[in-house]
Design a binder for this molecule. Structure first.
Ligand code: GDP
Ligand code: MG
Length: 152
């Protein structure tokens, strides 16, 4: 199995009907979606997910934002996909995000930056287990994996 990352489309992305556009980018890249879940996050889960920011001045706004509507939580799999997806997502502040990245193409403000993606192996493991049971993650092979990767 290749690396797995936890990715989440935030409520602004869902409400702006950008689910398809964003998923299309990951699929075109050759990555594999192995779990998805649409849900409204409660305050407790939001605070756990963003625990590292608990002392930051923007924490309350962040929790309000992430609980303000449905999110699409997902697990994406692929070769070194944690760093790859962070590059595709772009800088935290969309104004500084490169064109061609998701935030750089669709978003304007840090407090409405559309998407979350794990920043390390440790956070990916922690975040995936917060949102998904093992049984909710699908193991399957895509026929083009032998084309996309040198070593299938
Ligand atoms: P990320 O890993 O790129 O998502 O960024 P961080 O882990 O630093 O921050 C987590 C999330 O908190 C960001 O994606 C933003 O939604 C939010 N955030 C970070 N900094 C700020 C800020 O200065 N103001 C506000 N309103 N939100 C922020
Ligand atoms: Mg982060």
């Amino acid at each position: 199995m290749r690396e797995r990352s936890f990715v989440m489309l935030k409520p602004d992305a869902v409400k702006r009907r950008l689910i398809g556009d964003v998923l299309n980018r990951f699929e075109r890249r050759g990555l594999k979606v192995v779990a998805t879940k649409m849900m409204v996050i409660n305050k407790e889960l939001a605070e756990k997910h963003y625990a590292e920011h608990a002392e930051k001045p923007f924490f309350k706004d962040l929790v309000d934002y992430i609980t303000s509507g449905p999110v699409l939580a997902m697990v994406i799999e692929g070769g070194e996909c944690i760093s790859l997806i962070r590059k595709m997502v772009g800088a935290t502040n969309p104004k500084e995000a490169d064109m061609g990245t998701i935030r750089g193409d669709y978003a304007i403000e840090t407090g409405r930056n559309m998407i979350h993606a794990s920043d390390s192996t440790e956070s990916a493991v922690r975040e995936i287990s917060l949102f998904f049971k093992d049984s909710e993650i699908c193991n399957y092979i895509l026929p083009d994996e032998e084309i996309i990767y040198e070593e299938p």
